[in-house]
Write a protein that binds this ligand. Structure first.
Ligand SMILES: Cc1cc2nc3c(=O)[nH]c(=O)nc-3n(C[C@H](O)[C@H](O)[C@H](O)COP(=O)(O)OP(=O)(O)OC[C@H]3O[C@@H](n4cnc5c(N)ncnc54)[C@H](O)[C@@H]3O)c2cc1C
Length: 426
């Protein structure tokens, strides 16, 4: 039900139609409240975005239902008729044992597990600092471990808090939405009152109602659910007036790292096992991961993280393919260059409504996620992947947080979780 103009007065304005905003809008759907979702883009989904290639969905942002056996969106997807693919991810393997014998792969796995154990022990002791401080100083796999950090955190372990990394909950079960994770989020938001191309630049909280400056005029709201990425709050692309120092401090401790995807077609794909993985180099963190034949398709999905991704983005879109072609040629021989072609490349760092991929807590900032979700005057409620303490950086984390913010807004209006008037409330 896309609207073209925002109403001038609402009870609740939800800013952002990503996973958190859609979840909040659905949770408020049954309440006797006027709700609008104000979205800067011309689409629903935010960092959940699927593009079409000959009928197949290619995810440019989230692709995996992490902790799928507990993931609220996995259940919802099936309820809504979306098919899930339960093939386990190949991330820990190396196709053809290229430059990594089975013994090497086992040794790397043990080394990564030992590193995570040291992180967990340090967190239990209440220690904080950069997770990289817990690398084995003589470890031969530190480069590869940091390459994985690029994919997991969008940043190197030197920039990642020990306690925050340890707090992340991963059940080790990962599934995919066959048609695309972005399409799922878009579908879930499709019946909500979203106003597109409507960036909000300022929330004036000086009066009895909140006044929002948007590209489509002024909106007054009794409450706001604010779901934009931390990068945009830190740079005050969207400004709260008067500023909230606690919030600004918290977002600066939770910057967005970068992860980038490049989808390529590959001719003669039958040479590759379906859903297998190749990592580029073993001796450096500046290397990409290559998912061969995702869903069995004749494609390769390359994944670039952290400094490597930021650097390639600065060089321009073509740099991702050039880098991937060089790494794949080194692994598979020169002939692969003629067989691959780029189809779609994500540029989340340059994206004005994202400015990064997902949040990590800087060393010393593990508590900032909890700080960020403290409501402001019981009428501005923050939500999004960054406010999730255990599922941060994910779409289902954002979803759960959107629902949490909606419950808090309902409570502020004296309504219960089903939108009914609470007993004794006016
Ligand atoms: C490459 C990549 C791979 C990923 N892989 C996975 C994965 O496999 N599994 C997983 O679970 N997660 C993954 N994620 C993370 C996941 O996509 C995000 O954590 C999640 O989608 C964030 O949802 P959100 O609602 O918090 O924020 P967003 O999706 O960013 O939503 C915020 C919305 O606010 C809008 N907005 C911004 N500024 C304004 C403004 N001023 N006014 C109005 N609207 C505004 C934005 O356009 C956006 O639509 C990945 C992300 C990336 C980038």
């Amino acid at each position: 039900m896309p609207a073209t103009r925002p109403p001038s007065f609402v009870d609740v304005a939800i800013i952002g139609a990503g996973a958190a905003g859609v979840a909040a809008a659905r949770a408020l759907g049954g309440a006797p409240l006027d709700v609008v979702v104000l979205e800067a883009r011309d689409r629903i989904g935010g960092r959940a975005h699927t593009v079409d290639m000959d009928g197949s969905g290619l995810d440019m942002g989230c692709g995996w239902l992490h902790s799928a056996d507990e993931n609220v969106l996995a259940a919802l997807a099936e309820d809504e008729g979306f098919s899930l693919d339960r093939t386990p991810p190949p991330w820990r393997s190396q196709a053809f044992n290229h430059e990594m014998s089975p013994d090497d792969q086992a040794a790397f796995g043990e080394s990564f597990a030992a590193f995570e154990d040291r992180v967990a022990e340090a967190a239990r002791r209440g220690e904080e600092g950069p997770a990289a401080a817990l690398f084995d100083p003589d470890g031969r796999w530190n480069g590869r471990i940091d390459a994985i950090s690029g994919a997991l955190n969008g940043a190197r372990f030197a920039e990642v808090s020990i306690r925050d990394y340890d707090a992340y909950r991963d059940t080790g079960v990962n599934w995919r939405v066959v048609d695309g994770y972005g399409r799922l989020v878009e579908h879930l938001g499709s019946s909500r009152p979203v106003v597109f191309d409507c960036p909000v630049s300022r929330i004036d909280r000086s009066g009895p109602t909140l006044r929002l400056d948007t590209a489509r005029g002024r909106v007054e709201a009794r409450a706001v659910i604010l779901t934009v990425p931390t990068s945009l709050l830190a740079t005050e692309t969207i400004r709260i007036d008067p500023p909230v120092p606690d919030l600004l401090e918290a977002v600066s401790g939770l910057p967005l790292g970068l992860a980038s995807k490049l989808h390529m077609t590959v001719a003669g794909a039958d040479d590759f096992p379906p859903d297998s993985q190749l990592w580029g180099r073993r001796d450096t963190a500046d290397t990409a991961g290559y998912h061969l034949r995702p869903f069995g398709r004749p494609m390769i999905e390359a994944y670039f993280g952290a400094d490597l991704a930021w650097g390639l983005e600065r060089e321009g879109e073509a740099a991702f393919f050039a880098f991937a072609a060089d790494e794949l040629a080194a692994l598979l021989g020169f002939g692969i260059r003629r067989r691959i072609a780029p189809v779609a490349t994500s540029l989340w760092g340059a994206d004005p409504w994202a400015r990064g991929a997902y949040s990590h807590a800087l060393p010393g900032h593990a508590d900032d996620r909890a700080r960020l979700k403290i409501p402001i005057e019981n009428r501005i409620f923050l939500a999004g992947e960054a406010t999730s303490e255990i599922f941060y950086g994910t779409a289902h984390g954002a979803w759960i947080e959107g629902e949490r913010a909606a419950r808090e807004a309902l409570t502020a209006f004296g309504l219960d979780g089903f939108g009914r008037q609470r007993e004794g409330e006016p």
